[in-house]
Design a protein around this ligand. Structure first.
Ligand code: HEM
Length: 156
C-alpha cells in the first residue's frame, strides 16, 4: 500500500479512534441486523469480543507501514476463525459493514476515496486470514474457500 493511502487510512482512523467503542457497537448492531444468521456464531455477551475486534483493528493500523509484521498474527487469527464457524464468504460482509459504519460515523470528512482505501486494507486483512483458514485441515471449506486469492501484500 503506498504512503498516500496509508496517510489517508491513518488520518481517517485517528478521527474516529476516540469513538472506538461506538464503532464496534454500531458494527455488531448493523452486522446482526443485516445478517441475523451470524449472531449464533458469537458468544451471547459481546463485551470482550468488541474490545478484541477494536484491538485487532488498532494492531493493523499501527503496522500498515510494515505489513510483514501482520502476516503471522493474521494467519493465526484466520486459523482460529475456522473454529468460530467463519466462512470465507463472510469476510466481505464483515469488511463492508465495518466500512459502512465508519463512513456513517465520520460524516462529512468521509468520501469515496476513503471507502475504497478502507475496503482495500480490509481486503488485505481478510485475504491473509483466509490463507490461515485454508491451512486448517478439515475446515468446512466450500468453493469460495478453495478459490481464495493469494494475498496481494505489496499491491494491497
Ligand atoms: C476483518 C476481519 C476480521 C477481524 C479483524 C476479526 C477479528 C476478531 C478477533 C480479534 C476476535 C477475537 C478472538 C481471536 O482473536 O481469535 C474475533 C472473534 C470472532 N470472530 Fe472475527 N474477525 C474478522 C472476521 C470475522 C468473520 C468474517 C467472521 C464470521 C462471521 C468472524 C466471526 C468471529 C466470531 C464468531 C468470533 C468469536 C469467537 C468466540 O469468542 O466464540 N470474524 N474476531
Amino acid at each position: 500500500m503506498d504512503s498516500a493511502v496509508i496517510d489517508r487510512l491513518e488520518k481517517s482512523f485517528n478521527a474516529l479512534a476516540h469513538r472506538g467503542e461506538e464503532l464496534v457497537d454500531r458494527f455488531y448492531a448493523l452486522l446482526f441486523a443485516r445478517n441475523p444468521q451470524l449472531r449464533a456464531l458469537f458468544p451471547s455477551a459481546l463485551r470482550d469480543q468488541k474490545q478484541k475486534l477494536l484491538s485487532s483493528i488498532i494492531l493493523v493500523m499501527k503496522n500498515l507501514r510494515s505489513p510483514e509484521m501482520l502476516r503471522q498474527p493474521l494467519i493465526d487469527m484466520g486459523r482460529r476463525h475456522v473454529a468460530y464457524g467463519a466462512q470465507p464468504e463472510h469476510y466481505p460482509v464483515v469488511r463492508d459493514t465495518l466500512v459502512e459504519v465508519m463512513a456513517s460515523m465520520a460524516g462529512p470528512i468521509w468520501n469515496d476515496q476513503l471507502t475504497s482505501d478502507w475496503k482495500r486494507a480490509l481486503h488485505f486483512v481478510s485475504m491473509v486470514m483466509i490463507e490461515g483458514h485454508q491451512q486448517v485441515a478439515g475446515c468446512a471449506c466450500n468453493a469460495a474457500c478453495s478459490a481464495g486469492a493469494a494475498p496481494a501484500m505489496a499491491g494491497a
